[in-house]
Design a protein around this ligand. Sequence first.
Ligand SMILES: [Zn+2]
Length: 248
Amino acid sequence: MLLGEPQPTQADLHFRLFGFPVRVHPFFWVVAVVLGLRMPDARTLVTWIVAVFVGVLVHELGHAVVMRWNGFHPHITLYSLGGLASYGSGAYGAASLGPWRQIGISLAGPGAGFLLAAVVCMGLVASGTGVHVSWGLPIGLNLSPADIVGGILLTIFIDLILFVTVAYGILNLMPIYPLDGGQVARELFLMAMPREGIRHSLILSMIAAGAVALLGIMQGSFLLGIMFGFLAFSSYNALQRYLGRGPW
Ligand SMILES: [Zn+2]
C-alpha cells in the first residue's frame, strides 16, 4: 500500500517464501510496536506483532502470486505501515498488462487476507466458536469474548489475525491512491472515461481519504486521521500536478 521501496539497511531481514524473495525493513517492526502499544502486556504485544506480520505478508503474497501468474518475478517488501509487492523482472513491463489484469493483481492482496480469515472462521464455527464483526474504523472480525480456543495465546493470536486480515483488507480497498482500491478505481474510471478518468479518480481519492481521516479523528483514532489526512493531501497535490497548476 506504500509509495516506493525503501533503501536497504543492515537490519533488514531476508528470506524466501514460496520462491518469492521477502525483505522486512526494521521500520516495519517499529510501527507494529507503536500500533500495539495499547496491548495490555508484553506477550499480547508480541502476539500482535506476529499477527501483523502474518496478516501483511499474506496480503502481499496474494498480490505476488497473481503477478507470477502474469509472467512476473515479484519480490515482497514489508515496511512502515504495510507492505509492497513489486513486479520485478517480467516478460513485459507492468504497463503492458490490461486493466482487468491490473485490477486482478490489486484485488488479490485483500482477497488473500479475506480468504485466510474465511478459512479461520470456518474452522472456528465448525468447532462451535462464535465470531463477530467489530464495527467502527477499521471494521474487523473478532472472536466472541467468552470463547477460548486452545490456550489463551492461541486465542489472542486468532482474534488478532482475524482483525488484522479483515481490517487491513478493507482499508486497502478504499478508492484512495496509492492503496489497492485506488488502483482499481483508476482502472475502472479510465475504462469508463479515458480522457477524464485520472482526474475523477484523484478527486474520489481526495474525498474518500478526507472522509476516512475525519471518521478516524471522530472516533479518537488520530493515527488514522494523520495517515488518511496525509493521503488526502497527496491526492490533492497529485490532482494539482495532473491539472498542471502546481509547482510540484
Ligand atoms: Zn495491497
